[in-house]
Design a protein around this ligand. Structure first.
Ligand SMILES: NC(=O)c1ccc[n+]([C@@H]2O[C@H](COP(=O)([O-])OP(=O)(O)OC[C@H]3O[C@@H](n4cnc5c(N)ncnc54)[C@H](O)[C@@H]3O)[C@@H](O)[C@H]2O)c1
Length: 332
C-alpha cells in the first residue's frame, strides 16, 4: 500500500489530505505544517501522524510519496528534497514565481529522473476530460479556436494578493495550462491586456484584476482567455472549443437543474457553484487518483514539472506584453 504524506494544512492541503484519507488504495501517513494548531486538528480528524517540519515528513520511512500544498515559494525546495530521496510528488501550482529558479529545478528533476506531477487540477475536471476525449476522437475535427472564461466570484484579501505573484501567475496560470492542452500545440505568441476595474488600489502591488490574453500556435490556432477577479453572479468557468467540424462547450455548474418561472421572470436557476473547492471538488480527487495509479504502475505522470514551467513562462510573456504593449514570442 502506497503511504503518502501531505505537506500543508491550509485550504488546498485540507482537500488533498481528505482525498488521500478517503482513498482505500493508499494510506495517509502524516500531515506536516509549521502551523501547529491547524495541523494538529487536521491530523487528528483524519487519524494520521503529525510533523511540524516538512523536511522531516519527507524523509520518514513510512512515506513513499508526497502531496505538496504549502505556499508557492516552498514548492521547489520540498519537491527537490523528495526527488533526491526517489519519492514521487504531486505538487500544487504554480511551480514557483521565479522562472530561472523553476527552470533550474526542472533540469535537476529531469536529470534525476524525478517524478513530479504539477497540480493542474482543471485538466482532471470531468467536463474537461470529456471535452478532451471528444477532441481526441475527432468529434469537432481539427481545433481552430479555444475560448476560456475564468472569473472568480470576488476579490481575494489584499494579504493574499500581495503574495500571489499577480493574476497571471496565480489565477490565469490554470488557463494557460488549459489552453496548451486544448489547442494540442504549444502557443508561440502571447498578447495581453490588463486593467484594474474592480480595485484601482491593486496598482500599489503592480497587479490587475481584469485581463484578456490572446495566444497563437505555430500553425495559427488561436486561444482567447478572459479572467476577472470579481463576477457578482458567482464563479464563472466556461470553455468553448471550435473546430473544423463543430464546437464543444462546457457550461457552469449549479447545485440543481431546477428552473423557476413566475409572472416577472422565467428560467430562474440556482446560483453557480461557488468557488473552486466546490466547483472543482471532483477534479482534485481524480487528479490524486491518476497520480496514485501512475506511481503504482511506474507509468509516466499525467502532468510534469515542465508543464509547470511552460505555464509560468506563458504568464511571464503575458506580463511582458502588458509592459511593452506588444505581442511577445514564446521562447522555450
Ligand atoms: N489547484 C488549485 O485549485 C489551488 C487552489 C488554492 C491554492 N493552490 C495552491 O496551493 C498552495 C497553497 O495555497 P493555500 O491557498 O492552500 O494556502 P494556505 O495559506 O491556506 O495554506 C498554506 C499552508 O502552508 C503552511 N506554511 C506556511 N509556510 C510554510 C513553510 N515554510 N513550509 C511549510 N508549510 C508552510 C501554512 O501554515 C498554511 O497552513 C499555493 O501554491 C496555491 O497557489 C492551488
Amino acid at each position: 500500500m502506497l503511504r503518502i504524506a501531505v505537506l500543508g494544512a491550509g485550504r488546498i492541503a485540507n482537500i488533498h489530505a481528505a482525498n488521500v484519507a478517503a482513498n482505500p488504495d493508499v494510506r495517509l501517513s502524516v500531515i506536516a505544517d509549521p502551523w501547529r494548531e491547524g495541523v494538529d486538528k487536521l491530523a487528528s480528524k483524519l487519524g494520521c501522524a503529525v510533523a511540524y517540519d516538512c523536511a522531516e515528513a519527507i524523509a520518514r520511512d513510512d512515506v513513499d510519496a508526497l502531496v505538496i500544498g504549502t505556499p508557492t515559494d516552498t514548492h521547489i525546495d520540498l519537491m527537490l528534497r523528495a526527488v533526491k530521496l526517489g519519492k514521487p510528488v504531486l505538487c500544487e501550482k504554480p511551480i514557483d514565481l521565479d522562472f530561472a529558479k523553476a527552470a533550474r529545478a526542472v533540469e535537476d528533476i529531469e536529470r534525476l529522473n524525478g517524478k513530479v506531477m504539477l497540480g493542474f487540477n482543471r485538466r482532471f475536471d470531468p467536463d474537461t476530460l470529456q471535452l478532451r476525449k471528444a477532441i481526441a476522437r475527432g468529434d469537432i475535427g481539427e481545433v481552430r479556436q479555444v475560448v476560456i472564461t475564468s472569473r472568480d466570484p470576488g476579490l481575494a484579501p489584499v494579504e493574499y494578493l500581495t503574495h500571489s505573484g499577480g493574476i497571471f501567475r496565480d489565477m490565469t496560470i490554470h488557463d494557460f495550462d488549459t489552453a496548451r492542452t486544448l489547442l494540442g500545440e504549444e502557443p508561440v505568441e502571447v498578447f495581453a491586456m490588463a486593467s484594474r476595474l474592480v480595485e484601482p488600489a491593486l496598482a500599489e502591488i503592480d497587479d490587475y484584476d481584469s485581463v484578456m490574453v490572446l495566444l497563437r500556435t505555430a500553425s495559427g490556432k488561436q486561444c482567447h482567455i478572459n479572467c476577472c477577479r470579481e463576477a457578482v453572479y458567482g464563479y464563472d468557468q466556461r470553455l468553448e472549443v471550435f473546430g473544423a467540424k463543430g464546437m464543444i462547450l462546457n457550461d457552469n455548474h449549479r447545485p440543481s437543474t431546477v428552473r423557476t418561472y413566475s409572472a416577472t421572470q422565467t428560467e430562474v436557476r440556482d446560483p453557480l457553484e461557488n468557488f473552486f473547492l466546490e466547483r472543482y471538488a471532483d477534479s482534485y480527487r481524480i487528479e490524486l487518483n491518476q497520480f496514485i495509479e501512475a506511481v503504482r504502475a511506474n507509468a509516466p505522470l499525467p502532468t510534469t514539472a515542465r508543464d509547470g514551467l511552460r505555464a509560468l513562462h506563458l504568464a511571464n510573456c503575458a506580463i511582458e506584453s502588458i509592459k511593452t504593449g506588444r505581442a511577445v514570442k514564446v521562447e522555450i
